[in-house]
Design a protein around this ligand. Sequence first.
Ligand code: MN3
Length: 240
Amino acid sequence: MTAIAGIAASATASRTVFAQAATAPAAAPAASGPFTLPPLTYAANALEPHIDAKTMEIHHGKHHAAYVANMNNVAKTHPQLGSTPIENILGNLNALDDSIKSAVRNNLGGHANHTMFWQIMGPNGGKPDGEVLAAIDRDLGGLDKFQTDFNAAGGRQFGSGWVFVTVTRDGKLAIETRPNQDTPLMDGKRVLMGNDVWEHAYYLNYQNRRPDYLKAWWNTVNWAKISERYAAAKAGRLTI
Ligand code: MN3
């Protein structure tokens, strides 16, 4: 390809990507396979002003899509990964070949974490109530203390990682953090909710001000979905 043809081709590719982004959430790049990027159930700008549309588009359409594409690449040589429940793979990483263990830990962890993350956000998220609020009062010292402690834990996580609320089969809640794309699923636990404290989750809008992002993020939380996840956890049906 000549240099000029190359420039023309990349300009065409940019326009194509832009046209797709304008009509639908970006699809996973290449590498089709058993793992799929779940579409956002709300518009990319639905969480503004707390999370801007550009951050959502890149975070979902590029970062999460890359974890999915990477897993599909791994599944080409290890097809059993595509037919095993995600929580079972992550709960038993030591059973994997050493050659793929890190790739699965990072990319399937990332896929599970982000799948949960998109679910538990949305516009007009309301307030916790019912059994979830009772559990927050009982186990986490009430909503104000919970939010303060959750934000503090997310702020203390050095470098990239997540802050989660885990839930037991009895409905007991706890705040836990993990580095990188690790998840409590790797310890056989279940995740009620969590916030992404990687810089890619907030840097365009908040730069180094992670505490401001953590505080604003509560405006995006979908408490109805969290109530559903809580009920599923108590029924033994919560997966990722
Ligand atoms: Mn992320």
